[in-house]
Design a protein. Structure first.
Length: 131
């Protein structure tokens, strides 16, 4: 049995983790991107709107994926965590700007609270391009 190696991925262009975890892990042919918040990097604070937080979270995912050698087109699954499910439509409008058909599989949940009182957090799984 072959042991799967795991390698951490870190992009300086994405928000630093707010806890003891990697921005992403590559193992086998997959990249697992940790949940991203909508941080304004220059200010180290969250965007003030759910649309802004969604856009910034997805941009961070894209930057982390680029560091791993793939792109948003390689995303096969996302999970969207919302502080308020009433924001679902607004998140979808922004989300649709980042993905092409066939869209990734996705789950969306309302949660009691997100880190830093964020309105949205998004994680992703992507396939690595063949080298």
């Amino acid at each position: 049995m072959t042991e799967m190696v795991k390698t951490a991925v870190c992009s300086r262009d994405a928000a630093e983790p707010v806890g003891p975890y990697s921005q992403a892990i590559v193992t086998g042919s997959l990249v697992f991107v940790s949940g991203q918040l909508g941080m304004v990097l220059a200010k180290k604070k969250l965007s003030e709107t759910v649309e802004g937080q969604t856009r910034l979270a997805l941009e961070s995912i894209g930057k982390i994926l680029a560091e791993a050698g793939c792109s948003m087109d390689d995303v096969v699954k996302t999970t969207v965590l919302l502080a308020d499910m009433d924001d679902f439509k607004a998140v979808n409008r922004v989300y649709a700007e980042f993905f092409n058909e066939p869209f990734p599989a996705r789950a969306a949940y309302q949660v009691v609270k997100l880190p830093l009182d964020a309105m949205v957090e998004i994680e992703a799984v992507a396939r690595l391009k063949e080298r």
